[in-house]
Ligand binder design. Structure first.
Ligand code: KIV
Length: 269
């Protein structure tokens, strides 16, 4: 897949990108206008993240986000995209059992999503395989999973000790075996993320997971430097020193593709 061709990004295309030498560029978006800019900047995947609970709704967690909220934003983002693959988050308690997962995913796909993302490992593989069996591509999400913030005791790096690192590796393999087509790894040490990316056949997208994975994702408002609250270590404000949103988005895509982002300063040892 080459961004210069303008060819539509597909799920099988992402798999092929893992074999190539070009990193996958992913970014969140929540409305049609930003989606259009992000798409024009050559971003490969646009995630309508449940981070909209934080950056759009001003909440301190993603837990209050509902399927109705997600459908509204997916529908808007869909209208802004031409090339990028649209991935939608399954919000908290929208996939706690199989029928609910199927119903939630169906609504997101009907609104225009091309893949859904859900958090968790072995505990959710039955739902992953069920969704995949119905033709719904699934992206996993491991490491810091914000829907588990209370269980995790805060937003902090995951997998630093050997036991948790082993569980994370096993979860990643379980998700792949269940049919997940993509995996997001959030806030994990660089070496652990690299070992997962090397082990899996599916692409691994990092956020605070170091440079040695198959692609990167950030929250749009972090890239534009307009998020409030403390800035996580893995965030770089690409607006800084630039005079337009388009320039900042292009710089983000270029930095991911040329490997200059993330560097050690934006990663965890
Ligand atoms: O909700 C979101 O935006 C996400 C990304 C941070 C990966 O899940």
């Amino acid at each position: 897949m080459n961004t210069q061709t303008g060819k539509k990004v597909t799920v099988p295309g992402l798999g092929a990108m893992k074999q190539g030498d070009q990193s996958i560029v992913m970014l969140t978006a929540y409305d049609a206008s930003f989606a259009r800019r992000v798409d024009a900047a050559g971003v490969d995947c646009v995630l309508v993240g449940d981070s909209l609970g934080n950056v759009i709704q001003g909440r301190d967690s993603t837990l209050p986000v509902t399927v109705d909220h997600m459908v509204y934003h997916v529908d808007a983002v869909r209208r802004g995209l031409e090339r990028a693959l649209l991935i939608a988050d399954m919000p908290f308690m929208s996939y706690h059992d199989r029928p609910t997962a199927m119903q939630s995913a169906a609504r997101l796909m009907s609104a225009g999503a091309e893949m859904v993302k859900l958090e968790g490992g072995s505990a959710v593989v039955d739902r992953v395989s069920e969704l995949v069996a119905q033709g719904i591509p699934v992206c996993g999400h491991l490491g810091l999973t914000p829907q588990h913030v209370h269980q995790l005791g805060g937003y902090r790096v995951q997998g630093r000790d050997d036991a948790l690192a082993r569980v994370l590796r096993e979860d990643a393999v379980a998700l792949e075996n269940a049919g997940a087509g993509l995996l997001v790894l959030e806030c994990v040490p660089t070496a652990l993320a690299a070992s997962v990316a090397e082990r899996l056949r599916i692409p691994v997208i990092g956020i605070g997971a170091g440079p040695d994975v198959d692609g990167q994702v950030l929250v749009l408002y972090d890239v534009l430097g307009i998020s409030s609250g403390p800035r996580p270590r893995f965030v770089r404000d690409f607006m800084s020193g630039r005079d337009s949103i388009d320039a900042a988005l292009a710089a983000y895509a270029e930095a991911v593709r040329d490997g200059s982002f993330p560097d050690a300063e934006h990663s965890y040892a």
